[in-house]
Design a protein around this ligand. Structure first.
Ligand code: GDP
Length: 365
């Protein structure tokens, strides 16, 4: 599992509660072994109604959803970029993930102390993002020294372009603009991507609200939503404690509990879907071997590489892909009917997998 979302936020924002709710809900999804691998890392299935729709017309023995990992990352406090709190350990963990779920405390509970004194979601967001930006600045400054030396000796012809990109990145951060907001040319991407900068990672804000403020979340959540749309990020409103309680119940009981708060579904569903969107993946489905399965691949993946996700032999021996959009398959009623009606397309090596494709790969071993 290589796609991971890091859960970040200040202490007592509700990170562990969100993590527990996610992994508890995941553990309830049988028969796939979605269990917590490590205490702070859990694999979570991505709810997708298309999978069930495909299964209804192909009658597999089992369905296997796509999955993403969530990592509970503790240690982000004021001064973390200088080594306060868990400092370097936290910075190392956060570099490994592809996207961030930033839990923002919006619930005012006198029993749960707030590290910064009182509930103020915008201040907390700014504080966390400043720490991430400071950590990035330290990395960028070091890299700039290195590349500057290269540019001076002319040993590397691209060094000047990379130096310019690094300088632009430093200036952006100093003006409070995260790296994810920059549009990078090829030199910029080559200079910045290997650094795995924290503010380059896409973010979904999780407004953790008091259950009495559900379903819309009240003014604190509204502030988070506005901040997200100004920053080009996503926001999800949920009450982590309620989600954790609901996650321990079966579906019918959970639905009843959530309905009492005006919620039509678990907030976690929206969080997982938002996180999945952040990773800019598309999903294709396979129906072979009595199993309907959803596979996530980066947008723009070609058919042979998609086959390679299933098995390396399938990429090496790729001959063609037989493709039908899931809706067309559901309309046809069965794969056989789809074949008979000529709805299945034959696609070659250059075919770019589209979201919602149902694919059967033909390959030679
Ligand atoms: P973390 O430090 O960010 O991981 O925060 P935790 O998830 O450990 O939560 C800190 C405390 O806040 C715990 O006592 C939680 O039960 C409580 N908490 C978390 N979410 C909520 C919530 O939505 N409402 C209320 N009232 N308490 C919460």
């Amino acid at each position: 599992m290589d796609l991971a979302i890091g859960i970040v936020g200040l202490p007592n924002a509700g990170k562990s509660t969100v993590f527990t709710a996610l992994t508890r809900a995941a553990a309830a999804v049988a028969p796939y072994p979605f269990t917590t691998i490590e205490p702070h890392r859990g694999v979570v299935p991505v709810p997708d109604e298309r999978l069930a729709a495909v299964a209804r017309v192909t009658h597999p023995d089992r369905t296997v959803p796509a999955a993403v990992a969530f990592v509970d990352i503790a240690g982000l406090v004021r001064g973390a970029s200088r080594g306060e709190g868990l400092g370097n350990q936290f910075l190392g963990q956060i570099r490994e993930v592809q996207a961030l779920a930033h839990v923002v405390r919006c619930f005012p509970d006198p029993e749960v102390p707030h590290v910064e004194g009182a509930v103020d979601p915008l201040r907390d967001i700014a504080l966390v993002e400043t720490e991430l930006a400071l950590a990035d600045l330290a990395v960028l400054e070091r890299e700039r020294e290195r590349v500057r030396a290269l540019a001076r000796t002319q040993a590397d012809p691209r060094a000047r372009a990379r130096l310019a990109a690094l300088t632009a990145a430093v200036e952006a951060l100093q003006r409070g603009i995260p790296i994810r907001r920059l549009s990078l040319d090829a030199d910029g991407a080559a200079a910045l991507h290997p650094l795995r900068l924290l503010t380059a990672k896409p973010v979904v804000y999780v407004a953790n609200v008091a259950d009495v403020d559900l379903p819309d979340g009240g003014p604190a959540a509204e502030a988070v939503r506005r901040q997200a749309s100004a920053a080009g990020a996503e926001a999800v409103v949920l009450a982590a404690k309620l989600e954790a309680e609901a996650a321990a119940l079966d579906d019918a009981e959970a639905a009843q509990l959530l309905a009492a708060y005006g919620l039509a579904e678990r907030g976690l569903v929206r969080l997982v879907q938002a996180a999945y969107r952040l990773l800019d993946l598309v999903t294709f489905f396979t129906t072979a071997s009595k199993e309907v399965r959803a596979w996530p691949v980066p947008r723009g993946t070609r058919a042979p590489q998609a086959a390679g996700r299933i098995h390396t032999d399938m990429e090496r021996g790729f001959i063609r892909a037989e493709v039908i959009h899931w809706e067309a398959l559901v309309r046809a009623g069965s794969l056989r009917a789809a074949h008979e009606q000529g709805l299945i397309r034959l696609e070659g090596k250059e075919y770019v997998i589209q979201d919602g494709d149902v694919v059967q790969f033909r390959f030679a071993v």
